[in-house]
Unconditional design. Structure first.
Length: 529
């Protein structure tokens, strides 16, 4: 038996690790600052620094950083080759940012033209050399090998182009999501313990309004935070404002929720319960049922009971078509004919979704926030026709390997790819569910009869000069397809409908003056789908 001194890793009232990292980060960047000055520049909560004078002193003691010489040595040890490279890139980006907008635009255009010209020249010369090799009396056996190599190279080139776009979009989205560097602010502690000049703590619970785009990559592309006006009246990245608490509605336009059903007896009552529970005072529900099973009986019974017990609304209208003419687009067109005449907006949900109660109000707020006329509630003059939300396929994500894979695919699309398109002002496709469209535009454009009616509507809207806003902050929980057979049929249907729409609309879109260059490039990019 012998005495042992207890080893206490952290004392009960010791400064949290996150705040310690903030102090150490300041020492690493500014070793000349003393204890008092470090305490002054730390982030403040309720007007007081997160760590006081005594706390800073204790942190420096624990890490043997009391003297100026020790802090200088510590700062030098933190500067790695990677940090030097990052600092150099940030310096280049900073110098680029301070240039006039016109100068930056010229540099970006020149760099882009140079890159694509060099790339195209390399491809053409390489292809010419390749053809010369084939034509130079190559044996038949070698020609067969070259034939298969050509196919592999062609397919690989397409996948290479797709992968490069994803890398670019990922970089842009990450750049956009960074917190701003504001002059005159204090230091903010990020989730990784790094310090940023932002004047507040950078965590997921901050309530200081929407984040702005501070990365130099985002600024090079001319991307904003949704508070400025873009080309052709479009607000850049207007759907990526995470909080619209500052948007107040003076009136609540009448909304019509359209539910296209086809043999949905297992989920029909669930979606109806969700839609009748909206926190919105002025709306109706129109069910257009093409079912051949007992779905229509379930819907009619539910609607009758609801309309009797809730005469003040929302009212449920039930329509039934004996045929599936025009498929889902035909059903939605039929629902539009029976919509209340005072309807200003139409929302579409598929049967396997469960929308949240605040969904309708959030949609209206995003319309108002992206109105050309300074947050006006006169939406007729706006060129924004649709606000699309996030199809959040999580209800059965753990059912099997197929649902897990589909859930992962949707996450990449709705969290990275679509926000990237929103930031860069590209053409944004309407998804088949969880979106709101202006009723006046829908009556003007009309529903098509394609088996991918959402994609057809997207192309027709852009051809007419209207725009689509995407936001990941309006989410509709939903189910994924759960069998391989259903997944294959779904994707074959998408590919067939997509191809037919592109065949009909490609040249019209590519020659239309209503599309920007980035939107035309997106049409060109998605055409081989």
């Amino acid at each position: 038996m012998r005495e042992k001194k207890p080893k206490v890793r952290r004392y009960p009232r010791q400064t949290p690790e996150l705040y310690e990292k903030a102090v150490l980060d300041i020492v690493a960047h500014y070793p000349q600052l003393g204890v008092e000055r470090i305490a002054q520049v730390l982030p403040k909560i309720a007007g007081k620094p997160i760590v006081g004078y005594h706390g800073v002193q204790k942190i420096l003691e624990r890490y043997s950083l009391n003297t100026y010489e020790q802090r200088v040595a510590y700062a030098r040890a933190q500067i790695t080759p990677v940090i030097r490279l990052i600092s150099a890139l940030e310096e280049i980006g900073t110098r680029f940012i301070i240039l006039p907008v016109e100068t930056r635009a010229k540099i970006v255009r020149f760099a882009t033209a140079t890159f694509f010209t060099t790339f195209a020249t390399t491809v053409v010369l390489g292809f010419a050399g390749y053809m010369a090799t084939i034509a130079a009396g190559v044996p038949v056996s070698a020609r067969i090998g070259l034939f298969f190599a050509t196919i592999a190279l062609s397919v690989g080139s397409i996948f290479f182009a797709y992968s490069m776009k994803y890398y670019l979009i990922l970089a842009i989205v990450l750049s956009f999501s960074r917190q701003p560097l504001e002059e005159g602010g204090g230091y903010a502690v990020g989730l990784n313990g790094r310090v940023q000049r932002d004047g507040r703590l950078n965590n997921n619970n901050q309530k200081n309004g929407p984040s702005t785009s501070s990365g130099w990559l985002a600024r090079i592309f001319g991307m904003g935070n949704g508070n400025g006006n873009g080309r052709n009246g479009v607000v850049p990245a207007g759907g990526l404002q995470p909080s619209l608490e500052h948007i107040k509605l003076k009136r609540y336009p009448f909304v019509s929720i359209h539910l296209p059903f086809y043999n949905e007896k297992k989920v029909a009552e669930r979606i109806l319960e969700a839609c009748t529970s909206m926190d919105y005072p002025n709306y109706e529900i129109v069910v257009c049922d093409d079912s051949t099973d007992k779905t229509i009986e379930i819907v009619q019974r539910y609607a009758k009971e609801h309309n009797q017990t809730h005469p003040e609304g929302p009212k449920i209208k039930v329509l039934h078509r004996p045929t599936r003419e025009g498929f889902k687009g035909g059903a939605l067109a039929y629902a539009l004919k029976h919509t209340n005449p005072k309807t200003e907006f139409v929302v579409v949900f598929d049967a396997d979704f469960i929308p949240y109660p605040d969904t309708l109000e959030l949609f209206i707020k995003y319309f108002k926030a992206n109105n050309n006329n300074n947050n006006s509630e006169d939406y007729i003059k706006s060129n924004v026709a649709v606000v699309g939300g996030y199809q959040w396929h999580v209800l059965n994500k753990s059912e099997n390997w197929i649902t897990r894979g589909v859930r992962t695919e949707y996450a990449g699309s709705y969290v990275i790819e679509r926000p990237g398109r929103e930031i860069m002002g590209m053409l944004k496709q309407i998804s088949g569910s969880v979106y709101m469209i202006r009723a006046d535009v829908l009556k003007k454009i009309g529903w098509g009869t394609s088996i991918t009616e959402d994609f057809e509507l997207t192309l027709r809207l852009y051809a007419q000069g209207y725009k689509v806003i995407y936001t990941p902050y309006i989410q509709g929980p939903a189910e994924c397809v759960s069998t391989l057979k259903r997944l294959i049929r779904q994707r074959m249907r998408w590919a067939e409908g997509h191809s037919n729409c592109i065949k009909k609309m490609f040249f019209k879109l590519m020659t239309s003056p209503n599309l920007t260059l980035s939107e035309k490039l997106e049409v060109l990019y998605i055409s081989p789908y």
